[in-house]
Design a protein around this ligand. Sequence first.
Ligand code: NAD
Length: 466
Amino acid sequence: MADLLPIINPATEALIQEIPVDDGVAVAEKYARARAAQPEWAALPLADRIAPILRFRELLVERVNALAALLTAETGKPITQARNEILAVPGRVDFFVQNADRVLEPERVYAEPADALPGMGALEEVISHDPLGVIANISAWNYPYFVGGNVFIPALLMGNAVLYKPSEFATLTGGAIAALLHESGIPEDIFIPIIGLGLSGAALLEQPIDGVFFTGSYATGQKIAIAAAPKLIRTQLELGGKDPAYVCADAQVAAAAAGLADGAFYNNGQSCCAVERIYVHTDVYDEFLEAFVATVRGFKLGDPTDPDTYLGPVSRKPQLRILAEQVADAVAKGATLLCGGHSLDRPGWYFSPTVLTEVNHTMTVMQEETFGPVIGIQRVSNDAEAVALMQDTPYGLTAAVYGTDRERAAGILRQLKTGSVYWNCCDRVSPRLPWSGRGQSGLGTTLSLEGLYSFLQPRGWHWRKS
Ligand code: NAD
C-alpha cells in the first residue's frame, strides 16, 4: 500500500486528510503516459490548446470561493489573499494566450536572391520552435496558482506534457488544479499530478524528461540542478531571495511606509519577492519608522478564514523555529525589537509581526532568507551606503527604491544584480515582464515572451532551392 501524506491545517493543526503518495513505480507509469500522449497534443492546432486553457480561466473565476477555501485550509493563507491570487491568474492566461501564436509562428529571418551565388538557387533562413516534450514542474506552496501557473499554462500552450509536482504543503490545491484542467479539456495524460514529498520529486527527476522547471528554495534548487545536469535538459530554477528596499531622503515617507509594510508582510512574508531588508536614509528614518510600525500594528492577525484577516499562521511549523532564531540572533547582537518577536500561545503556527531596528549585516535576519513576518530596518547616511548594503547578498531576485527622483533611483537600481527592480513599489509581478533571478535566486525566466520561449526549442531551417 502507498505511503500516506498527512495534510494539516496550519491555523488549527487539525488533520484535514491523508493522501496516497506516488512512489518510483507510480511516477514511472505517469511519465510513460505523458510521453505517449505528448506528440498528439503538440500536433493539435494552437486554437485547440488555447480553448481548454480559456475554459480553465473561466472555471477559476466561477469556483474562486471553493478553491480559495481549500488553499486557505492547507496553507493558512488569509482567504482574501487566496482569492486575490486565484483572481490574478486570468490576467496571466490572457497574456500567454494573446502571445502564443506570435512565438510559435515560424519566422523568415533571411532571404537571398537566386542569383547571389553563381550556380546556386535562392536561399531562405527560417526559425521555428518545437515544444520541449515532457517537462517536470516541481512547485512551491506559497503561491501555487502563480508559481505553478507561470509554468504549466505556457508549457501546455506550447505543446508540452506536464508532470506537475505540487508542494506537499499545497497538495489539495495541486489536485484541484489538475481536476479543473481536466474538466476544461486538457487530456488526463497531458497534465499529470505527482503527489508526495521531495522523494516523489526526486523520482520524477529520474525519468527521461525533457526539462525541469522548479520553484522552491536554493537548497533544493541545488539538488535539482545536480540531478538534471547529466541529462543536459532545459533547467529552470526560481529560488529564494533576500530582497532589499531603500527609502531615500526625498521619499514620500507615509506612502513608502505603507507600501513596504505590505511588501514585507503580505502572505505573512512568505513570498519569494517579499521585502526582507529595509534601509532608510537618516533624514527620514524616525518619520518612516513611526509610520511603518503604526501600519504593522494595524494588521489584523488571526483566523485566516475571516475576510478581514491580513496575517494568518505561517504555512510550515518548522519556520517558527527559524523566525525565533533570527530574532534571538539579532537581539543578542544588539538589535531593538520594536514589536512582535514570538509565536502566539494558541493552536496554530502563528508568529506575531516583528520589526527589528538597529540591525546590521552580522545578523542572520539581514543575511538569510526569513520567509516569515519579520523585518529588519537599518538606518543609512547616504545612497552609497545603501547600495553597498543592498549588494551584500548572494541572492538577486528584486530590489526597490522609494524616492521622488526617477533618475537617482535608476542610478541606484542599475548597480544591483537582480531580475526585477521597482521604483516606489515592491513585491509586484507582471505577466508582461520577465520574472527571473540572479545569483542564488535562480536560473531562467518565466512570464513575458521569454516565459513562452522557455518551453520551446528553437530550430534553424536552411532552405536552398536547387
Ligand atoms: P522547497 O525547496 O522546500 O520545495 C519545493 C518543491 O521541491 C516541493 O514540491 C518539494 O516537494 C520538492 N522537492 C524537495 N526536495 C526535492 C528533491 N530532492 N528532488 C525533487 N524535488 C524536491 O521550497 P518551498 O518551501 O516549497 O518554497 C519556498 C521557497 O521557494 C522559498 O525559498 C521561496 O523564496 C521560493 N520561491 C521562489 C519563487 C520565485 O519565483 N523565485 C516563487 C515562490 C517561492
